[in-house]
Design a protein around this ligand. Structure first.
Ligand SMILES: N[C@@H](CCC(=O)N[C@@H](CS)C(=O)NCC(=O)O)C(=O)O
Length: 255
């Protein structure tokens, strides 16, 4: 593809890591997947954790998570065609669907209330199980510019030192908790039809991409060839492996 003028290329703000894909964050992967699936031209601008708030404020954006210790979050995009900045992955998905109706929809209007409820459920059931094991193991894959901020804010969140959140002797029990939590999620999906995660007429939606984004993070932290990841792929009848296979065509971090 020839170089497009900058005025046609969406700027996608993502958090870098020191891993081969550089892209690692569960939340920003939701948007990266969506941009890839839609085939929209974009380029990544890497933003270190300590710079996120100032970036979003410079666009005049409201906090994405007001009243929390992390009020400004990525992903965010800036679209030069409309001169609009949007933050928060579901808002970005809706914006891209509305602005580019000729691209495959990832968050159609009829799914938006459901998606919000799903996100609440995921945040209540799965996130609390995953975070204690995965946040400490994420620290070493981040860049030196982000590590001190990540340590400070996450220690504040858990009220303890990073090393005490989930030390290795507790891994097995925490993995059991994660498997149980994903089992709850699988239970929600069991009536959905073909046994895959896809929920709307066979199309991949933001809901699928949200879970896939978390799984990408878990795969990067554990390692694709690790026993931990292999075990997860086998959970709940192989459902999570099927989801990752389903979204593999859009696992592209080259831009
Ligand atoms: N619901 C939000 C969650 C975004 C989120 O939590 N992003 C994290 C990165 S994974 C973040 O930017 N945290 C900011 C910080 O730690 O200061 C979304 O999907 O956009």
């Amino acid at each position: 593809m020839g170089a497009l003028p900058d005025t046609d290329v969406i700027v996608f703000y993502d958090i870098p890591s020191d891993t081969p894909s550089k892209a690692w964050s569960p939340s920003t992967w939701k948007t990266r997947y969506a941009l890839n699936l839609k085939g929209l031209p974009y380029r990544t601008q890497w933003v270190e954790y300590p710079d996120i708030a100032a970036l979003l404020q410079s666009f005049g954006l409201e906090p994405t998570d007001p009243g929390t210790i992390l009020p400004y979050t990525l992903p965010a995009i800036y679209d030069p065609r409309t001169k609009r900045a949007v933050a928060e992955s579901a808002k970005i998905a809706a914006y891209l669907d509305d602005t580019y109706p000729d691209t495959p929809a990832v968050l159609p209007k009829e799914l938006r209330a459901f998606q919000a409820a799903f996100q609440h459920g995921f945040g209540t059931v799965v996130q609390p199980a995953v975070l204690p094991l995965f946040l400490p193991r994420t620290l070493p894959i981040l860049t030196p510019a982000s590590q001190p901020y990540f340590r400070r804010t996450r220690e504040q969140m858990f009220g303890t030192k990073m090393e005490e959140i989930c030390p290795p002797p507790q891994y097995a029990a925490q993995w059991a908790e994660i498997e149980r939590a994903f089992g709850v999620l699988a239970g929600w999906m069991d009536d959905a039809g073909d046994g895959r995660f896809t929920m709307l007429g066979g199309a991949v939606t933001h809901t699928d991409l949200s879970v896939a984004g978390w799984l990408v993070w878990m795969r990067i932290v554990t390692g694709k060839e690790s026993e931990e990841w292999r075990a997860l792929e086998g959970w709940h009848g192989g459902r999570w492996k099927r989801l990752m296979d389903l979204v593999e065509p859009w696992y592209d971090y080259s831009r």
